[in-house]
Design a protein around this ligand. Structure first.
Ligand code: PMV
Length: 324
């Protein structure tokens, strides 16, 4: 009753922010993302009838809130399988947790596949995305391969994720610049609750379907310029939602702003580079693979040293090497 899964993190070009059902994590809008090859979580789960309590270790730590969410997720899996054994869970990220590099997405995607496999459940990809979503919304997008759409849905069964283009369809790289390794100032779960009552959300939501259709069209056409500009526009709109929440949440640091300006400057100089930013200070640069070396030179010249280069990647998968 033991299994290990490896899941990529993902970055959303059209973001999920706000839920219409808090408990079921049904989002206010659909979202579009790509899996990231070098931001991954590996998780081993073993169910054991001799264990008296779940034993959870995430990056060598037992942080209270994370442990609680992991146990809640194991309970979902135990309920589905109708097996009540406790489990040992060990999870390791390839990147700093709570840094705006969505560790909950890869974390809950890996946990979902490892736990369901270890307990003997046979779920198809759609069912896995639904289950992962209950652990952490964006985790559902780390289950399928490549470029992924999470359909908003009206119920748990209709809010799921699916590949829209394979990983090798659009030859981009996503470079995660690590502005800060500190924990984000506010968890996404808490940040998202604050959109309730934000008058600007109404305008945002009224344009979401159109935005989703546009970004899909730009990916389909491999049109980096329109794709990149829409991704930037969306990131800035998302952050304007957090800024106009009550109380406001401001995720950026001075270095975040510096990199936004540098991106625009480099673009003026002819480098086709674009940014997106999640709920944290780190910036994700989007560029065609061919221009990666030029971007690295620019980063070096600007003294930006800490970054991780990612390529579009497959989704969650089982691996044979267990962590314990
Ligand atoms: O899944 P959560 O609760 O970590 O929320 C993710 C929210 C954003 O990363 C800001 C946007 C997104 O769609 O990934």
């Amino acid at each position: 009753m033991k299994a290990t899964a490896l899941a990529p993190s993902n970055i959303a070009f059209i973001k999920y922010w706000g839920k219409k059902d808090e408990k079921l994590r049904i989002p206010l809008n659909g979202s579009i993302s790509v899996n990231l090859s070098n931001l991954t979580t590996t998780t081993t789960v073993e169910f054991d009838k001799e264990l008296l309590a779940d034993e959870i270790s995430i990056n060598g730590k037992k942080e209270e809130n994370t442990v609680r969410r992991v146990i809640e997720h194991l309970n979902r899996v135990r309920n589905l399988a109708k097996i009540n054994f406790r489990a040992k869970v060990m999870s390791i990220n390839s990147f700093p947790a709570s840094s705006g590099l969505a560790s909950s997405a890869s974390g809950f995607a890996a946990l979902t596949l490892a736990a369901t496999k270890a307990i003997g459940l046979k779920l198809d990809e759609k069912q896995l995305t639904i289950l992962a979503r209950l652990g952490s919304g964006s985790a559902c997008r780390s289950i399928p391969d490549g470029f992924v759409e999470w359909f908003e849905g009206e119920s748990s069964e209709t809010s799921y994720a699916k590949t829209i283009f394979p990983a090798d369809y659009f030859d981009i790289a996503v470079v995660s610049l690590i502005v800060s390794k500190e924990s984000k100032i506010l968890s996404t779960t808490e940040g998202q609750k604050k959109v309730i009552g934000n008058p600007f959300m109404k305008i945002r939501l009224s344009r979401m379907e159109e935005k989703i259709n546009m970004i899909k069209k730009f990916i389909e056409r491999k049109d980096l310029d329109h794709f990149g500009k829409l991704s930037e526009e969306e990131a800035l709109e998302f952050h304007s939602m957090t800024l106009t929440s009550n109380p406001p949440v401001f995720y950026w640091l001075p270095q975040t702003v510096k990199i936004i300006h540098l991106t625009w400057q480099w673009r003026k100089e002819g480098l086709p580079v674009y940014f997106t930013i999640d709920a944290g200070p780190n910036v994700f640069l989007i560029i065609k693979k061919d221009y990666l070396e030029k971007l690295k030179t620019k980063l070096k010249e600007s003294n930006v040293q800490k970054y991780i280069v990612n390529y579009p990647a497959g989704g969650v998968r089982l691996i044979t090497k267990h962590l314990f």
